[in-house]
Each structure stands twice: as C-alpha cells, then as structure tokens.
Design a protein around this ligand. Structure first.
Ligand SMILES: [Zn+2]
Ligand SMILES: [Zn+2]
Ligand SMILES: [Zn+2]
Length: 328
C-alpha cells in the first residue's frame, strides 16, 4: 500500500509504504543482490554476467506508478492521496568494493549521462513533479548494502526541502532580478575562503551557512536549471570536479567517508523555474572528526535549528588541503 497523508501542522506530505514491512526476502550474509548474476549462481537484481551501470525499479518502492486512490481514510484537515511515483536504483559499477570516489572519471561521466537521462524520462511522466537523485553512503548513514549505488525518487509533489529553497530563490529573483544561487556563488568565489575545488564549469565550496562541518555544494557556474540543461563540456567538468571532491573526502580522515549526496534542480511540474532553479549537488558527510559523528538530535530534528561546532572557513581549509592544489 502506497499512500500519502497530509500533515497540516507542517504543510507537507508523509509517504506510507506498508509493503516495505512485508519484505520476506532476506539474503544470506555473503550474498549481494546488486552483483551481476554469475553463471550457475544466485539470481541477483541484475540478470547479466557483467555490467557497467545498471538502473532498475526498486522492488520495495516508497512510491509506485499504480498506487490506488485512498479509500475514505483522512479528513478535511488531513487529506490523503495516492502515493504515485517511481523509485529507481542506480548501480554505479559491478565491482562490489568500489565507490564513486575510486571509480575512473570516465565512469562518473557516464553516470552523469545516466542521471540526465533519468531526470528527463521520469520528469516527463505526467504525475511526477520532482525527480530527486541521491546517494546514501556508509553504515553511519544507515546503509545496509555496501555495493556502490544511488537512488532516484520521482515524487508526485515537490518535496519540502527543495520547495523551501525554490521559494527563497523566487523571492530573491522577484526582489533583485537575480538568481539567488548565482549571487551566492559569486560571493563565494569573491571571498574564496570556502572554495575547495574549481573547474571550468563547476565549483565546489563549503557554504557560508553549512549545516554539517564538511558539507560541500557543487554549483554549475552557468545558471542551468537542471542536469538536462548541461552541455557536453559541462557534464565532463562536473565528473572531474566530483572526482576531485570525492577523493579529497576520502583523504580527509584516511577512510572512505560516509555521506548523503543530493541533487537540487528544477521541478518537473510544468512551472516556470528559469532564474529560480539552479542545478547543484549537496554533500552532507556526518563526520565531525575521524571518530565523531554529528547526530540530528533534539534541536535539529525537533526545532529544525542546526548547531555546528566548527566554522565553515576552517573545515573548508582542511578539505581544500585534502583535495590538494584546488580552488583558491
Ligand atoms: Zn555487490
Ligand atoms: Zn543561477
Ligand atoms: Zn540546494
């Protein structure tokens, strides 16, 4: 059952996917369902002997294309809706032990093409209003499958966080005529202290207002609303800057750094997002130090107010050194 319920106190949808509870399939410990299917071996999610990048629909999705209309639950204050959408899994490599950071830049370039392709195809579906591309990496983030992979959620609504960002950007554009993100990027480049890697078309920086100590944002220099709007040279440069940032992240503490990676871009709701949406990728690593994690506790979760114990200028300096020879 896939159902949306409206939280009128926050003005946002909560998605229920009860069949996810019914998962009976528990693979043996040594068995990775994301590996290629070996001849005579267990059938995995990928019925091929080898692959480079593979995309398939999640077997236990949070949203499904054929979610039924809710039957009478809810009320005037708390309406319900069908949890219609698509959830996809993107396998980055057949190599179980690789990560995005250890992959050749060419593979990341291919992945950028896959992301652009999925954004276009899923976004074109009439009930999809937002294509959210993301990766949860590492046990600290709660990942149980170590195989290198990301996910895509095609939501039937614009989710709260991008919505809030888009509203702020719209207000800024209406007030100044400028794109908020273009103005922020110009400010970071002029200041320089938080820039950690610069490419011809993309810039990585720790934002002035980072919520996580080593949070980094990767912005396109040109005001492109979505990944589909990037040209060939821009896509190549995105792969190059991502590779540098990710290798730097792993060098930071000398281990493969856990993170959440999320993409913010134009909704696919048919609205006008020119000068408002500006394609960018945000990384939130949970580590404060090699062995201390930042938890989302009372203030962050209950009040929505982040408290960070180190300034972005300082973490950016450390991260820039780890990346080496980059940025300002
Ligand atoms: Zn695997
Ligand atoms: Zn812009
Ligand atoms: Zn953002």
């Amino acid at each position: 059952m896939n159902q949306l319920r409206w939280d009128p106190t926050l003005g946002e949808w909560v998605a229920y996917a009860t069949h996810r509870q019914d998962r009976t399939f528990l693979p043996p410990a040594e068995y990775c369902p994301l590996d290629p299917t070996k001849p005579g071996g267990f059938p995995t999610e990928v019925p091929r002997e080898s692959y480079d990048i593979a995309v398939f629909e999640n077997k236990f999705p949070s949203f499904t294309p054929d979610a039924p209309e809710p039957d009478g639950e809810g009320g005037a204050l708390t309406p319900t809706a069908a949890g219609r959408g698509i959830c996809e899994v993107v396998l980055y490599s057949e190599d179980h032990y690789s990560t995005l950071a250890t992959m050749p830049e060419g593979r990341i370039r291919d992945l950028v093409e896959v992301w652009a392709d999925r954004y276009g195809e899923l976004g074109a579906l009439p009930y999809v209003e937002y294509v959210f591309i993301f990766e949860n990496k590492g046990e600290a983030i709660g990942v149980t499958l170590h195989h290198p992979h990301g996910q895509i959620y095609a939501y039937p609504f614009v989710p709260p966080r991008p919505k809030k960002e888009l509203e702020a950007a719209r207000e800024h554009r209406d007030g100044t005529g400028n794109c908020l993100h273009c103005d922020l990027l110009a400010g970071e480049l002029e200041d320089g202290r938080r820039v950690v890697a610069e490419g011809e078309h993309f810039v990585a920086f720790v934002p002035f207002y980072a919520h996580f100590p080593y949070e980094a944002h990767v912005y396109t220099r040109r005001c492109a609303p979505s990944i589909s709007d990037l040209g060939a040279a821009e896509r190549r440069d995105l792969a190059r800057v991502l590779k540098r940032l990710l290798v730097g992240y792993d060098d930071l503490f000398g281990f493969s750094l856990p993170y959440m990676m999320v993409m913010h871009q134009a909704p696919t709701d048919g609205g006008d997002h020119e000068g408002v949406a500006h394609f960018h990728i945000e990384f939130y690593p949970p580590n404060r130090t090699a062995d201390k994690l930042k938890y989302l506790a009372g203030s962050e979760t209950g009040a929505g107010a982040f408290v960070v114990d180190v300034l972005p200028e300082n973490t950016a300096g450390t991260l820039r050194k780890a990346i080496g020879g980059a940025g300002a």
